[in-house]
Design a protein around this ligand. Sequence first.
Ligand SMILES: Cc1cc2nc3c(=O)[nH]c(=O)nc-3n(C[C@H](O)[C@H](O)[C@H](O)COP(=O)(O)OP(=O)(O)OC[C@H]3O[C@@H](n4cnc5c(N)ncnc54)[C@H](O)[C@@H]3O)c2cc1C
Ligand SMILES: *[C@@H]1O[C@H](CO)[C@@H](O)[C@H](O)[C@H]1NC(C)=O
Ligand SMILES: *[C@@H]1O[C@H](CO)[C@@H](O)[C@H](O)[C@H]1NC(C)=O
Ligand SMILES: *[C@@H]1O[C@H](CO)[C@@H](O)[C@H](O)[C@H]1NC(C)=O
Length: 408
Amino acid sequence: MTAHPGQFLAGKRIVVAGGSFAALSFILALELLWNPSLERPEVIVYERDDRDKSIEKDTYTLNINGASRDDGLVAIQQLGLLDEVRKHATLNGGDIRVWSANWKWLSSINPTAYGNLPAATMRITRGNLKRILVERAETTKTTLIWGLSCTSAERLSSGKIQVTISDGTIQDCDLLVAADGANSNMRACFRPNDMRTEYAGATQIGGISRLPAGVPKPIDKDFGLQMSSGEGVCCIYNPFDKETVAWAVSAMGPEREPKTNFSTEEFEALKKEALETTHMFQEPFKTVVEATMPGTVFIRPAKEKFAFQHDGSLKGVMFIGDANHILSPFELVGANLALKDGWDLAEQICRNTSMDAAAASYDRVSIPRFEPVFNFSHERIGFGHSTGKKWLFYKYGMAAQRGFKQVH
Ligand SMILES: Cc1cc2nc3c(=O)[nH]c(=O)nc-3n(C[C@H](O)[C@H](O)[C@H](O)COP(=O)(O)OP(=O)(O)OC[C@H]3O[C@@H](n4cnc5c(N)ncnc54)[C@H](O)[C@@H]3O)c2cc1C
Ligand SMILES: *[C@@H]1O[C@H](CO)[C@@H](O)[C@H](O)[C@H]1NC(C)=O
Ligand SMILES: *[C@@H]1O[C@H](CO)[C@@H](O)[C@H](O)[C@H]1NC(C)=O
Ligand SMILES: *[C@@H]1O[C@H](CO)[C@@H](O)[C@H](O)[C@H]1NC(C)=O
């Protein structure tokens, strides 16, 4: 008998914990890549939220990038969903502009679109992207179970993984794909000592502002970072559409409790704190902060977690997306990574002849994709909050870069 790649899961059962970006990308990729002459594995997805809540919760806009082969738009294209996503997205150059407190242009990063992708970034609401993925998943043979979570899991002596579902039932499987997000229950079962996230040193406060007269220039188009001149505070602007922009002010300092549910007084206090912390920032900063929508404000400590490998102790269990690695809000590309992870896991399963080989091969793609982004998030934190000599170093560096750009 010749070994068919993929046959180690032929006719077997895969349970997927979680039904978000990583999970949906995985099941769609498996559907596309599975060798049709082999018996399909049975795939069952358990998602804690019900279907509508899962699509509608968290009403923010995602940047899905397409500037390198590691970006999320590549996965969207591989999944055959680019045209559908494009209908609901706005294209963006993906430029990042750095501004001074009085809106002097300091520097820019100008990515270019990778391959034949239409833009270096697309902006799409989380809900629209989720709906597109869910509706496509519903056309596959995958069983999607909404409103039930995987509460625990263990490895049986047979090598199978036994998953306990929140309705008290039990589901045995040959592969468990843990795609249950940053607070992964499945990680708590298989890596109980790996539930800590690290504080990256800065806490953001912010919200989403609605400006019916239009998001003011110069933050109306591109991702923006406004810096103080060595006072160690910054503000990140992320325009969603013509009237909506997300902002986040941050400073280095002790870790604060995350918070999203604010009373009216707390809401006013948060805006006041933002204006005081960054008192040196000129208009339109104040206009933007004052236009914040009450339900959108947050306190968000930058928490992160480095990716881990699938060693022997994880036989039969694969962790993808935020269940495996967490980026701080200074580099919001977690959904991009989750989409790529899902595709890559399916691809390695279909191309290798054993689960061990697929797992090793997956780690060789996924971890080197995460590491530079993780490092970059630290650089951005150091840059954005720089003081003293470090600020001067960046200041002259940016001036040199501007000179270079003006000449070329
Ligand atoms: C405000 C904000 C803005 C962001 N902007 C961007 C952006 O612009 N670009 C970008 O790339 N990333 C962005 N991110 C990050 C991105 O949202 C996450 O990295 C991404 O959602 C991770 O996808 P995931 O599928 O791994 O996990 P999640 O999306 O967290 O999904 C996990 C799923 O598992 C379910 N679940 C949890 N526990 C269980 C269980 N025990 N059993 C069954 N189901 C379970 C949850 O209900 C959830 O649906 C942003 C994040 C935030 C908070
Ligand atoms: C928000 O807080 C209010 C009062 O503090 C409480 O009644 C409400 O249930 C909270 N909402 C959420 C979603 O936690
Ligand atoms: C697994 O598949 C990948 C992709 O085809 C390949 O590069 C790798 O060598 C394979 N691993 C083994 C052990 O066969
Ligand atoms: C990331 O940072 C670590 C620690 O500073 C370093 O060892 C590693 O080489 C860096 N990796 C990349 C890809 O930049």
